[in-house]
Design a protein around this ligand. Sequence first.
Ligand SMILES: [Zn+2]
Length: 264
Amino acid sequence: MIVIFWLALFFLVGAAVGSFINVIADRLPAGKSIVSPPSHCSECQHKISAMDNIPIFSYLWLRGKCRSCGTTIPIRLFWVELGTAALFAFLYWHYGLSWELALITFYCCMFVILLLIDLEHNILPNKIVYPGMIIALLISGLGAIFGFEPSYIAGISDRLWIVDSVIGGGIGFVLLLLPAILYQGGMGWGDVKLAALIGLVTGFPLVLLTMFLAIVSGGLIAGILLLLKLKSRKDAIPFGPFLSLAAIITLFWGNDFLNWLIPF
Ligand SMILES: [Zn+2]
């Protein structure tokens, strides 16, 4: 019973956070403040009332249209709210109430924001990537000093967390540097920095698994899009979303997978 209460609570908090993630994904690439002005219709500037600003549900009862001018509200807002709500419930179920739950939740939100912005704008803002790097280094540094580490790196390395983190960041950076220089278009400087950030977060050796997942899934999806002629060879398919998604999957299951692959 109590578990259902917590799952429901995390679902609701996740929906609210998803709503905020939508605001960040819309405003940050445009260089606007993420706190003011309050939510408004991008078409008619009508201020959205509290009743019409309830995550997930408002989209449904407004049938995806602005109450004032009838402009279609992007369906992305609804899916991100629902997706983040489900993600938060899953995170609680997977990690329970723990410091690790807070850490993984933070990283997941960061990667979801980067995924959305790269998907829609083809950029990976430094305003997120650089602070993310500093936070990842600070946390793994504190972990090394005070002797705690998350379950995703436990048992696959004997080194200090900060050492794994720095090696991982370096590997992510170097692995994508070469393709970014050689093969321009699909991959850019933003992807190289994101790979470094992911390496700092997942550490070594998990960074290798993340890069592998991203390259395989990215190649597969790009191949399908080209085959179905939904994209031409000239279109740049952003790589950041694949990197971000692979990072989230690695945080959840990378450790289990490596232990299954290489049992000690
Ligand atoms: Zn409107």
